[in-house]
Design a protein around this ligand. Structure first.
Ligand code: ZN
Length: 503
């Protein structure tokens, strides 16, 4: 009798997932193909579909099925496919039904008005015009956290949406450790007097050649183009639709090589995670990615630990030189390798290198906690932002457009999201270290253009596990270590030490 209920629950969830897949396809279309005159009806279409999905997810019968199953023998083994399905669907159901309908509607409306106000404020470099919206966003986020239930810390409740089971205290401890070692490393690099010639990356790289080159590299590392696509957009993303249909996007700049290339390998890393999920669990937790942090660990690993390594370019640089003879004909492989690993404190997060990037995230993580807990007022935010940039990165924004107004996240109500970017870098380094000791030296694989070993390892240890454990638990099971800043710092020091001749 439990198994009948379980079947009904799964069928209901998988049918809902078909609707969600339709929503994903509409999102992809909106960002790549949609003519501007279609935007108004597309907004109506997606809002209606979102309502249908929400109603199905919060339907009372789902609550009844889950109540029956949660203490049944089917849920007894929490790491089994059945146990994880019941537990995760219950978690989602409880979260969604805890939010009052009025708050859901206020949050949805605020997302639209917030983003519009932010875009205009950024264009005019006018933080004051955005401040009242941000106050409202912080207030609604606090209400959301309270509705979810926050025992000690409101930020915990928001973080849990993106990184299930992570707590603010744990994340803060790891990020504090990272900051304490990263700030001096970045200062040491700045003081080294060494500087790569990055102008070689700003020569002319024809768009069609870039596209073909990116496509070949993505296929070489293991992105399956029979089950995916690569298209052009303004703000690149990876969109999983159904098994067999995962779409990545990029944008090309003919005068700057790294943008599209590393962007494509990043999105391909996300895509390969989706392509490695178990198809038979489509729409169910064992067939879904476990968290944003682990998702980002996959993209960062392929983008940085693989594609920014010396071994990778030992393999690919001769092809790059053939593809772009005018730009790279007189460039040496090591000169190119140094240039793509330039570390330079800057104001803009999305343009940051792999070392300083984490300091941009730590700043946002610290500030959004203070806002939420009421220790910092919105009015004081720009000054607090600029002070932290000066303190951690040694640079100070001259305008709010280059400072506190640069990211879309807060305007879209995404508070608690930023730390997942750095969690991704931390998990990437930790998983890579373990993979290297299990099946490496991986550098030897990469210098021969072989990536199947690493992908197979990730499939087995991460992709095929779906949501069968919490993300931190999964990483600990795989590596035998709890989350720490040390693998990432070891990786950065090993790589950057020789480039910058650090002692
Ligand atoms: Zn990403």
């Amino acid at each position: 009798m439990h198994s009948k209920t379980y079947e009904r629950l799964c069928q209901h969830a998988q049918e809902t997932a078909l609707l969600s897949a339709t929503q994903s396809l509409l999102f992809w279309d909106e960002r790549t193909m949609l003519p501007s005159a279609g935007a108004e009806y597309r907004a109506k279409q997606t809002a209606h579909l979102a309502g249908l999905i929400h109603n199905r997810q919060t339907a009372p019968e789902v609550g009844q099925w889950l109540a029956e199953l949660i203490d049944s023998p089917l849920a007894a083994d929490r790491h089994s496919d059945q146990g994880a399905t019941i537990r995760q669907l219950k978690r989602l159901y409880d979260k969604q039904t805890r939010l009052p309908q009025t708050l859901v509607e206020q949050l949805a409306a605020m997302e639209v008005t917030g983003q519009r106000a932010w875009a205009e404020a950024r264009r005019n470099n006018d933080f004051a015009a955005f401040a009242t919206h941000l106050e409202r966003i912080v207030d609604l986020s606090r209400q959301k956290a309270n509705a979810y239930g926050c025992d000690e810390c409101c930020y915990d409740a928001l973080l849990d949406d993106y990184e299930p089971g992570a707590t603010t205290a744990q994340v803060a401890e790891v990020l504090d450790g990272l900051r304490a070692e990263l700030v001096p490393l970045v200062a040491e690099i700045a003081a080294s007097g060494r500087k790569p010639n990055t102008s070689i990356l700003r020569r002319h790289f024809p768009m069609e050649t870039q596209e073909a080159f990116c496509r070949e590299a993505a296929a070489a590392i293991g992105f399956d183009f029979a089950a995916g696509r690569l298209d052009v957009t303004d703000h690149p993303f990876c969109c999983d639709i159904t098994p067999g249909d995962c779409r990545i996007t990029t944008r090309y700049d003919e005068e700057f090589f790294p943008g599209a290339f590393f962007g494509v390998l990043h999105e391909a890393g996300h895509g390969m995670y989706e392509q490695g999920l178990r198809e038979e669990f489509f729409g169910l937790p064992p067939g879904q990615s476990v968290s944003l942090g682990i998702h980002e660990s996959q993209s960062r690993m392929w983008e940085n630990l693989v594609a920014r390594s010396q071994a990778f370019w030992r393999w690919l640089f001769p092809s790059a030189r053939n593809a772009f003879p005018a730009a790279l004909g007189n460039v040496a492989s090591d000169e190119f390798y140094f240039a793509i690993n330039d570390v330079e404190p800057s104001l803009i997060r999305v343009e940051a290198d792999e070392a300083t990037y984490n300091l941009h995230i730590i700043i946002r993580f610290e500030l959004e906690q203070s806002l939420l807990e009421g220790d910092l007022s919105v009015a004081d935010l720009p000054a607090a932002w600029n002070d932290k940039y000066e303190q951690y990165l040694g640079v100070r924004p001259e305008t709010d457009a280059d400072g506190v107004l640069q990211d879309i996240h807060w305007s879209a109500g995404l508070i608690g999201y930023f730390p997942t970017y750095t969690l991704g870098n931390l998990y990437a380094a930790q998983l890579f270290e373990k993979a290297d000791s299990d099946i490496g030296p991986l550098a030897e694989h990469f210098s021969r253009g072989e990536f199947a070993g690493l992908l197979k390892w990730l499939r087995q240890h991460i992709h095929r596990r779906g949501m069968c454990c919490a993300p931190a638990e999964l990483a600990e099971q795989v590596t035998g270590q709890t989350l720490s800043h040390q693998p990432l710092m070891r990786y950065l020091r090993t790589k950057l030490g020789p480039l910058y001749q650090l002692v």
